[in-house]
Design a protein around this ligand. Structure first.
Ligand code: ADP
Ligand code: MG
Length: 631
């Protein structure tokens, strides 16, 4: 045990493990298949990174989010740990380099995006590698019952067969009991083995506010509850609109969505993290991999489609365990809006086939071809060209994805990459090199390590700052060096892609199974109903509703709006009883006027009148000549 603590301290500089981390690591080191449930920001990465450093060989990490993959690889390299990754959109040459490094270069971590698992190249190299541990991040993606099923995750089971003795570690932040069972089944766990903490977050207060003018309410709430805040909306356009309205009302805010450039996104995120902006108004693209402990309030202007998503997003408040709020603004029309999302998400089968046909033509993929290739894809241009409605088309593509025909990689968000193609000594022999090129090379070599062994993510902005060159000069010099064969430069790319999981077939042959259509639709209905149930509740504690969804029983929280309302009602009942008793006592002795009664009792006049009226109506007291007397 002291070994793993030593590794944690030596590489990461942390003094102790967080709850569950140690249990999960120990289980993995005992070579047991393990499922760990920890909230976002709970520290899941450490649970595989530490044991991987303690065992010989390479740790394979399967994760669907390319941008997070890049962050993790960068992070490990900064700790001088050898790590690399492969994902769709990389050239064959890059993939070969990455795989060879794992085979011969003592690499400790190989991050893989799930759709690459099926490729022959990957599989053939895998059997030759020494694999220490197979990690499945975002493991709920393997379950068709979950809220974010990804068909490519099913290939993990086949990978597992190639390395039967390697233990598996599955990690996720949210899963219902059904999904927890299913993950272990799909991943062929040798024995059920789950580590989890309660989903309860006692410092987090859930509130639903009903009302039509959400922005007004939002401003009022943000003025009352101080501190860092996240506001979630469903559309990119709304992020900016609401941000503007907050700014106009003197609340410092920024907006964030997946359509912004990486630079702007990073800037927003960092300034918000450093409290230069107080509020960030964002779509659900915001929050993954973000680790800010002192968020005081998360407001949902629009509800997500699933309690799982709500719980994750709301749970970004109060990671520091101090009091925090999760507020939902809920209008009368919201129910119909959420129900409509179900209809939009499941267009007719014929329409889906038509989209497939159009897509193949658009990408110029002939029948029988395309398997394993990826193509740049702009859905706006596609829809315009074929006069297709955007929302149903988007969902048709998602259904084709679920049916294993294609994959749609929406936000590849790939940074630029560079690998040196001459040995270090070779650099000194570059002839005819000008000052600019020299400045650039210096900046490059000072800023990044590992350039001679592997493709390294670089940032042109950083090179600009460190070399003092303009953006265009940096770019021109990199292209120049690339052409001269000194380095290989792959400029960044943010264009979405379509990946063909299998060759193009005749659209008439497309099969959309019941599991992908009817069953998924029913599940979506169930989730939408559950989230509506949460927002609509009139008398069940919000925490109880949420936790019950995850199969957990708990006491009433005492802090949500429902519990507070209930408490108020009981105090009111108690006061009523007291007033009644006191009234009976004083007019038991003599008939009294209303003014006398009010003067003699230490309660607000209004409450006394309410009780008197009740007692008269019920016939306990009567009123003769303005005098009250007991009957
Ligand atoms: P998750 O994947 O569960 O969302 P991460 O693995 O990204 O969370 O970790 C979230 C943050 O917590 C990171 O900044 C990480 O460095 C930090 N962290 C993890 N474990 C510890 C620890 N034992 N002590 C201190 N900080 C930790
Ligand atoms: Mg993580």
């Amino acid at each position: 045990m002291s070994d793993i603590l030593h590794i944690l301290q030596q590489y990461w500089g942390y003094n102790r493990f967080r709850p569950l981390q140690e249990d999960i690591i120990r289980s993995v080191l005992e070579k047991k298949d393990t499922l760990g449930l920890m909230p976002t920001g709970g520290g899941k990465s450490i649970t595989f990174q530490v044991p991987a450093m303690a065992i010989e060989g390479t740790c394979i990490v399967i994760t669907p989010l390319i941008s997070l993959m890049k962050d993790q690889v960068d992070g490990l390299r900064r700790l001088r740990i050898k790590a690399t990754c492969i994902y769709s959109g990389m050239s064959r040459r890059e993939i070969m380099t990455a795989l060879d490094n794992c085979l011969y270069g003592n690499y400790k971590f190989l991050y893989v995006s799930p759709e690459r698992l099926g490729t022959e190249l990957f599989r053939s190299k895998l059997s030759a590698m020494q694999i220490s541990l197979l990690v499945v991040d975002e493991a709920h993606c393997i379950s068709q019952w979950g809220y974010d099923f990804r068909p490519s995750y099913l290939q993990i089971a086949q990978i597992r067969e190639l390395i039967p003795d390697t233990p598996i570690l599955a990690l996720t932040a949210t899963a219902t009991n059904d999904v927890i069972k299913d993950i272990q089944k799909q991943l062929h766990f040798k024995k059920e083995n789950v580590f989890r903490k309660s989903f309860n977050r006692p410092n987090l207060t859930y509130i639903v506010k009903k009302g039509e003018n959400k922005v007004e309410q939002l401003i009022r709430i943000l003025n009352r509850i101080q501190g860092s805040a996240i506001v979630y909306v469903r559309s990119r356009k709304k992020t900016k609109e609401i941000c503007d309205q907050l700014t106009q009302n003197g609340i410092s805010a920024a907006f964030y969505h997946a359509g912004l450039s990486t630079e702007i996104k990073n800037e927003c995120q960092n300034k918000w993290k450093n409290n230069e902006y107080r509020v960030i108004v964002a779509t659900n693209a915001f929050g993954m991999g973000i680790d800010k402990p002192d968020v005081r309030i998360v407001v949902h202007i629009d509800l997500p489609n699933a309690p799982e998503e709500y719980y994750q997003e709301a749970g970004r408040a109060g990671r520091d365990e101090k009091k925090a709020y999760a507020v939902t603004l809920y209008a009368k029309t919201d129910k119909a809006k959420l129900r409509k999302r179900i209809i939009d998400s499941f267009p007719e089968r014929d329409f889906i086939k038509r989209v497939y046909e159009a897509l193949c033509n658009h990408l110029q993929v002939a029948e029988g071809y395309g398997s394993g290739s990826s193509y740049d894809f702009n859905i706006d241009i596609f829809c315009k060209h074929f006069k297709l409605p955007i929302l149903p088309t988007y969902h048709a593509i998602k259904i084709l994805e679920q049916s294993h025909y294609i994959e749609y990689i929406e936000d590849p968000n790939m940074a630029s990459r560079i690998m040196m193609t001459v040995p270090r000594e070779g650099l000194y022999q570059i002839q005819e090199s000008d000052t600019q090129t020299e400045l650039l090379l210096q900046a490059l070599l000072r800023s990044y390590t590992g350039l001679f062994a592997d493709y390294v993510f670089i940032n042109e902005e950083v090179l600009m700052q460190r070399s003092g060159l303009s953006h265009d000069d940096v770019y021109a010099r990199l292209i120049f060096l690339s052409k001269r064969g000194i380095l290989h430069y792959i400029p960044r790319k943010r264009i979405p892609m379509i990946y063909y999981s299998q060759r193009r077939i005749d659209a008439a042959q497309i099969v959309i199974p019941k599991e992908v259509y009817e069953i998924r639709k029913a599940r979506m209905e169930h989730r939408i109903n559950s989230i509506l149930n949460y927002a609509d509740s009139e008398n069940i504690c919000r925490t109880q509703i949420l936790l019950n969804y995850f199969g957990e029983k708990t006491e009433e929280c005492g802090t949500c709006d429902i519990c507070i309302e209930k408490a108020k009602r009981t105090t009111k009942d108690n006061t009523f009883n007291h007033i009644e008793k006191d009234i009976r006592n004083i007019i038991g002795q003599q008939a009294m006027t209303l003014d006398d009664i009010i003067d003699n009792l230490a309660y607000p006049a209004k409450d006394i009148i309410d009780v008197l009226r009740f007692l008269c109506d019920e016939g306990y007291i009567s009123n003769l000549n303005e005098h009250y007397r007991l009957n």
